[in-house]
Write a protein that binds this ligand. Structure first.
Ligand code: SF4
Ligand code: SF4
Length: 441
């Protein structure tokens, strides 16, 4: 009998669409004529520009200083001249301050990044400081500063480090390729993260639809105590709380954090960036991202400098194949819709999805038929239909009582709803209103 694979309760199975890029090796994207490097690419306080128009900068040079503990510095992705420090379109949909840089083509580091002979001789604090100084954030999409996750309060010791290689969003394959092609860098990063946390158990979770990555990591981890777990293919298996549920067998309490269970989750891309930061002193100035979708001539998995405009990526990959109907930064379930190709790749850009006219389904909303599908699909055990109804009536206290703040915005409810009710959008509206009210209290 086949062994039942680990998973979580709820969720669904959207079409995967990964075949376009899963077999394509990572390629280096050439530098654009202009880089737009936002000062806010992470959760927390935006960085503060420390360069001015006309200044020449070296690759890896600090161009934005972190402001406070929950913040990270920003670095120049190549050498060149600062053209402006001004508000530019950002993937969040806002105009936000950015350092605009014209590459000089030299791609020259200033000071050679400081490497370490043996990271095992460094203490947890020093490891954390190197990770912070390099501007490392969660590369799965959330962009939460990694050093903050590595600094739990003393009363919450961490025993388990989970490495997220799930990549459950349809279309995205960057993490898959990274696990296959950069296994040694990934494992070095995992060991550093483990030492920084003092974790006893380390487990890498991968969905069963990536058998080559599972085999590669099982082979690489043979003889070590690092586990490689094969997970059922289900969305949103890669969400933090759902991964913990599958691999630890416990639910993060309502309003709580993984550290309340002694667990920290880090994405595979983040672990690789941690290796660069600690071993080579290299700041986070590039990432691997998937550029894909029906509107694109040549999809691929690309190593892209932070600040590269989407327009440059598209042109390099042979342009568009038809009328562009939708641009998403991230996957189709949780990605953010964009108004134009002028936004840049930022640290949290796990993928870029470009869809053609005809591939974007426009559904007309109708009344709720009380089928309960949204409730069954919700991985946070919420009642999306009830919360959304209260949100639409602006009864946010009632939405809060129905645990709106536990929504992880996975989009399962909207996806499954036969009445095409924009449930996640309504729940998100309630969350923002609840947060605004909490800030006023
Ligand atoms: S209510 Fe939130 S967590 Fe539940 S399915 Fe909808 S988006 Fe996902
Ligand atoms: S899935 Fe849609 S139609 Fe069904 S109960 Fe939920 S909101 Fe109503």
């Amino acid at each position: 009998m086949m062994k039942k694979l680990k998973t979580f309760r709820g969720g669904l199975h959207p079409s995967e669409h990964k075949e376009q890029t899963a077999h394509l090796a990572i390629e280096d994207c050439p530098l654009p004529e202009e880089l737009v490097i936002p000062l806010s690419q992470h959760i927390g306080a935006p960085a503060e520009a420390c360069v001015a128009k006309g200044e020449r900068v070296a690759k890896g040079q600090l161009i934005g200083r972190a402001r406070g503990f929950v913040s990270v510095p920003v670095h120049a992705s190549t050498s060149g001249e600062v053209l402006a420090v001004e508000a530019r379109p950002h993937p969040s949909g806002k105009l936000l301050p950015a350092v605009v840089l014209r590459p000089d083509g030299e791609d020259a580091w200033g000071e050679a990044p400081a490497s370490v002979a043996d990271y095992r001789e460094l203490g947890a604090e020093e490891l954390c400081e190197r990770i912070r100084a390099a501007g490392v954030v969660g590369l799965g999409g959330a962009a939460f500063p990694t050093h903050v996750k590595l600094s739990p309060p003393p009363e919450k010791p961490i025993h388990t480090l989970l490495i997220n290689g799930v990549e459950c969003e349809p279309y995205l394959t960057a993490d898959h390729r990274l696990m296959l092609e950069e296994t040694a860098r990934l494992l070095a990063g995992i060991d550093i993260l483990r030492r920084a946390l003092g974790a006893r158990r380390v487990c890498i979770g991968i969905e069963a639809n990536k058998p080559d990555a599972i085999a590669r990591l099982e082979e690489a981890c043979r003889g070590t105590d690092v586990e490689v777990a094969t997970l059922a293919v289900k969305y949103p298996q890669g969400a933090e709380k759902q991964l913990i549920s599958a691999l630890v067998g416990r639910e993060v309490p309502s309003g709580g954090l993984p550290m309340d269970l002694g667990v920290v989750v880090q994405n595979v891309g983040t672990a690789a960036a941690v290796a660069d930061a600690v071993l080579a002193g290299k700041p986070l100035i590039e990432r691997v991202t998937t550029l894909t979708g029906s509107a694109l001539a040549r999809p691929g998995n690309l190593r892209v400098r932070i600040g590269t405009p989407l327009r440059h990526l598209v042109a390099w990959r042979g342009g568009l194949t038809g009328e562009l109907a939708k641009i998403l930064c991230g996957g189709p379930m949780m990605g953010a819709a964009q108004l134009s190709l002028d936004v840049p790749v930022v640290r949290g850009t796990s993928g870029v999805l470009l869809l053609r006219e005809g591939d974007v389904e426009l559904r007309r909303e109708s009344a709720c038929i009380r089928c309960g599908r949204c409730v069954r699909a919700c991985p946070s055990f919420l009642m999306p239909t009830t919360i959304a109804a209260y949100a639409r009536l602006e009864r946010f206290e009632a939405a809060e009582q129905f645990r709106a703040m536990d929504c992880i915005e996975c989009g399962c409810c909207t996806y499954i709803c036969p009445a095409a009710i924009p449930l996640v959008q309504a729940v998100r509206h309630a969350k923002l209103a609840i947060l605004a009210r909490r800030r006023k209290l």
